[in-house]
Ligand binder design. Structure first.
Ligand code: SF4
Length: 325
């Protein structure tokens, strides 16, 4: 396969096929830099060398009713993690100020649980209203399954984007979660879009899915018209049902990022949880396909630290995307 011919096709309005996406996933390590170079041609066309920084806040941790087997906050996890109920408006607002100080363009407020309660939704809406008045940062929320009315309330409160990951393919979904189904997630993603919220939806690889499942995920996200695609790499958490799984190789993570870039060429692609654990010393290469990243850690795990993230971006000649004032 001539990877640069694929990127030329994508940049002239064409699309890659499932078979070609699969070929990227199955390409040999000797082709890795060529694959990334081709992905970078597309990334550079749409985003230059910019990297948008996101900061995530776990506003309600643990105690979830769902059984997602990768998740340390799930009902079937014995992980030792902080567990606390919904934070206050002031705590969430303080987190937005801190994110802004870290040059974040986006502040992602996440709550554990199947769906938001009325009380929790109102707390999020009030926090969003206050953040919009005071802090020049875009707001994303990730609160689980949503009704149309709840999505409209978030939009009216000033929330810009809603996160709801598909996680994996429809075929594989019931292998790691049975308390809700793939189509529930698709429905919430559609509801968020229909309410005028940008859609952030991505997935998690490394749960034992096949490369076909990863390709299916990439095409499903394209079908949903996801504006932003976070990709997580399983760092098996002690106390979860997936704790014994091996980590992905850095090359497999990088091929996934490249393949998703080919399938969703003009979308924001974010390196998310598991970046440090799975990609390790090769993580700077992920920026040749992705154009966004979280800094200062994830929901229940720490990152490599803000300064290390900034050094990685700057030393490779990338630039932090400026905050919209
Ligand atoms: S719904 Fe979210 S918080 Fe609950 S177990 Fe699944 S991933 Fe974890």
């Amino acid at each position: 396969m001539k990877w640069n011919e694929l990127s030329e096709r994508v940049l002239t309005g064409g699309q890659i096929t499932r078979d070609e996406a699969l070929a990227i996933m199955e390409s040999p390590d000797n082709d890795l830099l060529a694959v990334l170079d081709a992905a970078f041609t597309i990334r550079r066309h749409y985003f230059g060398r910019g990297v948008s920084i996101h900061v995530i806040r776990n506003a309600k941790s643990g105690l979830c009713s769902e059984n997602c087997s990768f998740c340390s906050q799930s009902a079937v996890s014995d992980s030792e993690i902080p567990k606390y109920p919904m934070q206050t408006v002031e705590q969430i607002l303080k987190g937005a100020r801190e994110a802004h100080a870290l040059t974040a363009v986006r502040y992602c407020i996440v709550t554990s649980g199947r769906a938001p309660s009325e009380k929790d939704l109102e707390t999020i809406c009030e926090a969003a209203r206050q953040i919009k008045r005071e802090v020049p940062v875009q707001i994303c929320t990730s609160l689980g399954l949503l009704s149309e009315e709840q999505a409209r309330r978030l939009k009216n409160a000033g929330v810009d984007r809603y996160n709801h990951n598909l996680e994996s393919s429809e075929r594989f979904y019931s292998s790691f979660c049975t308390t809700h189904v793939f189509t529930d997630r698709v429905e919430t993603a559609r509801i968020a879009k229909a309410a005028g919220l940008e859609l952030c939806s991505g997935g998690l690889i490394g749960m034992g899915e096949t490369v076909q499942d990863r390709v299916d995920l990439a095409f499903a996200l394209r079908g949903l018209d996801a504006d932003s695609i976070p990709l997580n790499f399983l760092d098996p958490r002690p106390g979860t049902p997936l704790e014994g799984l091996p980590r992905l190789t850095p090359a497999d993570c990088l091929r996934m990022l490249a393949m998703v870039r080919f399938v969703n060429p003009d979308r924001e692609i974010r390196i998310a949880g598991g970046r440090e654990a799975c990609i390790g010393s090769m993580q700077v290469l992920s920026l040749y396909a992705a154009n966004s990243m979280f800094t200062v850690g994830y929901l229940t795990t720490a990152g490599q630290g803000y300064q290390a993230d900034m050094d990685m971006i700057n030393q490779a000649g990338f630039t932090v995307t400026e905050i919209i004032e």
